[in-house]
Design a protein around this ligand. Structure first.
Ligand code: FAD
Length: 461
């Protein structure tokens, strides 16, 4: 008999109760650390859109490789599986006579399904290690979970006592882990992915890099001091935390992150900005619980708002053309194209950019929000099922809000008045000042932009 410690979304040594607690109660159980790369999630398609870009696959492979090295230094082998998770995990479990599986509590519908299926065959123990409200005493009861973020925050914030992060993992004498030599034979399928590997560190692809960023943003550069003012920026290293990719992949613990902010508040400064970073982490938390509450409904056309309709989004010929242009950053609307090209080249985009390109696709081009969410899933290095689909449905008006339509020209004037962001991403444009935001010829300019278009000028201010 043995115990599988499934480390998907928990590939870290800091604050990792899965690693720390495995086998402590029953030291007779040999422990097997394992991660499974879901073939469909990286090589499949949804609505005709590829599920993951090469960059996102490379990021995941880097994360796994770095974790494998870190565990090997502790003489622990990491079994790396590739394929259909239930099939791969069951085969491994049978080969190793596994009776118990330890894993992070699932969030998205497919993760929930996997855990349910595993639970039919094995004893499955879940621990909500990637949530702020993860401990049983804090966890919301799903039927009572408010669907409005404000209500959720007001209800939860006063009670919020985030569990103390557990100390960095070191193997305990009573733990009997399979070593790198014992595990190599189970990684055969995964080794075929070596062809996709790429040198150079990508965001979210390593624990050391994530902890370094956390320390740099909060303690070294103290950019947290002005976060509330700078967070709507579009360019640069320190306008926002850039913790998202590491939080999404799980190589950074959200509880550790929260505690670092609290420590900064206690030791250095507590202001609106330090509060606001916690406020944004609560948004992440909100969507996690919303996904647990509504499950598959999030992928329906009207998400949590209407009758369930999982049929494929339909596009007529002109919408298909517009969607293709949107994806490629070739709509002719500079603020949209600049953001989409940033996404396509780096796998990231600011929150301000995301809100605008999503609103433009849904409300100005009239395209089903799920296609936008699917394209973001493919590209984003911080892709997280709840944050992505939850935010898209939010802007569409199918989630936890009424419709959110942004006036792209007004937004461009507010957040890129000088045009420097657009100029950086679209060097082919030569207009001066905010005139750079003028849509190109052939763009179908909506009526509600006219007023703001008249305010574009060639001056720098
Ligand atoms: C259409 C759309 C799609 C999105 N898709 C994703 C996604 O797949 N993954 C993802 O992590 N975020 C997503 N977001 C939320 C947000 O844009 C990113 O979390 C943020 O831009 C990441 O940059 P940062 O780490 O510098 O954020 P910061 O501004 O520094 O915020 C700190 C942290 O708070 C959390 N956070 C901030 N804003 C939100 C939000 N609106 N919803 C949920 N969590 C939030 C993130 O974990 C983030 O790292 C999406 C937003 C929109 C509008």
């Amino acid at each position: 008999m043995s115990c599988l410690v499934l480390l998907d979304k928990t590939l870290r040594l800091h604050d990792n109760p899965l690693l720390c607690q495995a086998g402590i109660a029953d030291s007779s159980l040999p422990l097997v650390a394992v991660v499974c790369l879901d073939e469909k999630a990286f090589f499949g398609h949804q609505y005709g859109v590829a599920r993951a870009s090469l960059l996102r696959l490379q990021q995941q492979l880097q994360l796994i490789a770095k974790s494998k090295q870190a565990l090997a230094k502790l003489n622990i082998g990491l079994v790396t599986l590739f394929g259909e998770p239930i099939t791969e995990l069951t085969a491994l479990a049978q080969a190793l006579n596994v009776t118990q599986i330890l894993t992070a509590a699932p969030v998205g519908y497919h993760e929930q399904q996997l855990v349910m299926q595993l639970a039919q065959r094995f004893e499955v123990i879940t621990d909500d290690v990637n949530s702020l409200l993860g401990s049983p005493s804090l966890a919301p009861q799903l039927p009572d979970l408010p669907d409005s973020f404000s209500k959720f925050r007001k209800q939860r914030e006063p009670l919020l006592q985030v569990d103390v992060a557990v100390p960095e993992f070191t193997p305990q004498p009573q733990q009997r882990w399979l070593t790198p030599a014992n595990t190599a034979e189970f990684c055969e399928n995964f080794s075929q992915l070596a062809a996709f590997s790429q040198p150079g560190s990508l965001p979210g692809s390593g624990e050391r890099q994530a902890l370094h960023r956390l320390d740099d943003f909060i303690w070294q550069k103290q950019a947290i001091r002005h976060y509330k003012i700078s967070r709507n920026g579009l360019l640069g290293e320190y306008y926002a935390s850039k913790f998202s990719a590491a939080l999404a992949s799980g190589c950074l613990s959200v509880r550790f992150c929260w505690q670092q902010i609290v420590q900064f508040e206690q030791q250095q400064l507590a202001n609106d900005s330090t509060y606001w970073l916690k406020f944004e982490l609560l948004w992440r938390e909100f969507f996690r619980w919303q996904f647990r509450k509504y499950g598959k409904a999030w992928f329906s056309n009207s998400a949590i708002k209407g009758p369930l309709d999982f049929s494929k989004p339909h596009l007529n010929a002109s919408q298909q053309k517009n969607f293709n242009h949107w994806c490629a950053g070739q709509t002719g609307v500079p603020f949209i194209d600049a953001n989409m090209r940033l996404l396509n080249t780096t796998g990231l985009m600011s929150n301000r950019g995301r809100q605008n390109v999503a609103s433009f696709l849904i409300h100005d081009l009239g395209i089903d929000w799920r296609l936008g969410a699917a394209y973001f899933e493919q590209r984003l290095l911080d892709y997280d099922v709840a944050s992505n689909w939850g935010n898209w449905a939010y802007i569409a008006g199918s989630g936890n809000s009424g419709e959110r339509q942004f006036n792209v020209i007004k937004q461009a004037l507010n957040y890129d008045r000088s045009g420097d962001f657009v100029r950086t991403m679209l060097p082919e444009l030569s207009a001066q000042g905010s005139l750079i935001h003028q849509p190109g010829p052939g763009v179908n300019v909506p009526e509600h932009w006219q007023h703001w278009l008249s305010k574009l000028t060639d001056s720098k201010t």
